[in-house]
Write a protein that binds this ligand. Structure first.
Ligand code: GLN
Length: 254
C-alpha cells in the first residue's frame, strides 16, 4: 500500500523532509516498514505537491518511476523549500495502471489529495457512488484507478462548498458503506489545514513547537511520533498555533 506524508510549518527544503530522513519517503519507496495489506515496495511512481507561498496555488511534480531513480527530483528538492507539502510514493494495486496521472497528489485549485489503500470490489462496488457524479467528472478522471475516483468524489464535495473535514469524512463513510473491507487512509490539504483518515492502515503524527507531520510511517526515531488509532479523523494545523485533533471516524450516515 502506498505511503504518504503531509507537512505544515516553517519552510523547509523538500529534500530535508522527503529524502534526507533515515526512514523518509525515499527510503519508504524501497524499504517501507509497515506495508499492511500487500505490496513490498512503493516503486510505481511518486508525487510531491508544495505551496510556494504568498497565497499561490500548489505546484505539483509527479513521475511514474521509482523515487530513487529520479536524479532530477533529488536536485530540485534541495533547491525548493515550502511550508506546506503533500507527498506520496505509490504501490499500484494489481490491475491498475502505472502512469503518472495515477500518482498522488491529485490536485485542483488549492487542494491536494492522496489515498493509501484500496477500494474493495472496485469498480463495481462503488459504481453507484460514481454514477452520482456529473458525467464530465467521470470523463475527466485523472486515471482509471480507485484513488482517482476517491479524489473525484472528494472534489465534488469540496466544489459544493463542504469543508475539508466534511468532504473527507463523507467520502470515507460512503465508500466504506458501499465497499466494506476497503483500506481508506486519505489525506487532504488546502495548504493551511491537513485532514486525514485512518481506515485499516497505518498513520503517525509528529507535532513540534511550530510544525506538524502526518505520515504513513515515522521518518525517524524521534520520540514525538505517535500512532493514530484506526478509524480516526485527524485535523492538523499550525495557524495560529500547532493543533492536532484526532476524532473517531463515526461510520453513521450523516
Ligand atoms: N489503489 C491505489 C492505486 O493503485 C493506491 C495503492 C496503494 O495504496 N498501494 O493507485
Amino acid at each position: 500500500m502506498c505511503r504518504h506524508l503531509g507537512y505544515l510549518g516553517p519552510a523547509v527544503p523538500l529534500a530535508g523532509l522527503l529524502l534526507a530522513p533515515p526512514l523518509g519517503l525515499l527510503r519508504q519507496s524501497w524499504a517501507p516498514l509497515d506495508m499492511r495489506g500487500g505490496g513490498t515496495v512503493n516503486a510505481d511512481g511518486f508525487g510531491v505537491g508544495w505551496y510556494p507561498g504568498a497565497g499561490a496555488p500548489p505546484v505539483r511534480y509527479r513521475r511514474a518511476v521509482p523515487m530513487w531513480t529520479d536524479a532530477s527530483f533529488a536536485q530540485l528538492a534541495t533547491a525548493v523549500s515550502s511550508g506546506a507539502v503533500l507527498a506520496a510514493a505509490r504501490s499500484a494495486t494489481v490491475g491498475m495502471p502505472v502512469v503518472e496521472t495515477a500518482c498522488a497528489p491529485f490536485a485542483e485549485g488549492r487542494w491536494l489529495f492522496s489515498h493509501n489503500g484500496v477500494v474493495r470490489g472496485w469498480p463495481g462496488s462503488v459504481a453507484g457512488l460514481a454514477a452520482a457524479l456529473p458525467t464530465v467528472d467521470l470523463l475527466t478522471l485523472d486515471a482509471p484507478t480507485d484513488s482517482a475516483l476517491l479524489w473525484a468524489l472528494a472534489r465534488h464535495r469540496l466544489r459544493a462548498g463542504e469543508s475539508l473535514v466534511d468532504a473527507l469524512a463523507g467520502v470515507a463513510r460512503s465508500v466504506t458503506a458501499a465497499a466494506p473491507d476497503s483500506r481508506l487512509n486519505l489525506l487532504l490539504t488546502d495548504g493551511t489545514t491537513l485532514v486525514a483518515t485512518t481506515w485499516w492502515h497505518s498513520l503517525s503524527v509528529r507535532a513540534d513547537a511550530d510544525s506538524v507531520v502526518l505520515a504513513s510511517e515515522p521518518f525517524d526515531d524521534a520520540p514525538q511520533w505517535t500512532a493514530v488509532p484506526d478509524r480516526s479523523l485527524v485535523v492538523a494545523t499550525t495557524d495560529p498555533a500547532v493543533s492536532v485533533r484526532v476524532h473517531p471516524l463515526d461510520t453513521a450516515a450523516k
